[in-house]
Ligand binder design. Structure first.
Ligand code: SF4
Length: 170
């Protein structure tokens, strides 16, 4: 069984993010699984790329209701500016589409926490933000579990977030 299949078999969602990958929910990974991911990083990225390339681009495969749901989700979470990026990703990858729809369902079917829009913050300045990249910006995950299931957060988007906590930098 491939390294990618082994980690997916344990119930994790593995997504490609440029030249890296993310695993969700990452707080459920055991130290042994983290070691496994580190030592199989290149293989997992290769498998994800192969998977992505084997799926032909089908511009019409996003149904109108799927598109509406994703847009509603982005609006509800204050990420309207990421609509083009997310829709493109979903057109290119059926696994990304499935994952995004699951996240949208989970966010839209439970009451969203009230967002304080009087005080806008950015994930880049928050101590809970974990960028997928070494430079610490762009997309990443949230250790405070705001939007679970591995949803991306974008460092530069101004948003209302009651969990925001200033990052201490030394
Ligand atoms: S707590 Fe809020 S501001 Fe901080 S990383 Fe999570 S979503 Fe972003």
């Amino acid at each position: 069984m491939s390294a990618l299949a082994r980690i997916r078999e344990k119930g994790f969602i593995v997504s490609l993010a440029d030249d890296r990958f993310s695993v969700a929910p990452n707080d459920k990974l055991t130290p042994e699984q983290i070691d496994f991911l580190k030592s199989n990083k290149a293989q997992i990225i290769t498998e994800l790329l192969r998977e992505q390339l084997s799926i032909p681009k089908q511009p019409d495969k996003l149904k109108p209701q799927q598109r509406d749901k994703l847009l509603k989700y982005l609006t509800a979470t204050g990420h309207e500016d990421q609509a083009d990026k997310l829709l493109d990703e979903c057109l290119l990858s059926s696994s990304r589409l499935k994952e995004a729809l699951e996240v949208a369902d989970s966010v839209l079917t439970k009451p969203l926490p009230k967002r304080n829009m009087d005080k806008l913050v950015r994930c880049r300045d928050c101590r809970y933000f974990q960028s997928y990249y070494e430079h610490g910006l762009a997309s990443g995950s949230c250790d405070a579990k705001v939007m679970p299931l591995g949803a991306c957060h974008y460092s530069e988007t101004w948003k209302g977030c009651d969990e925001w906590s200033a990052k201490n930098e030394y």
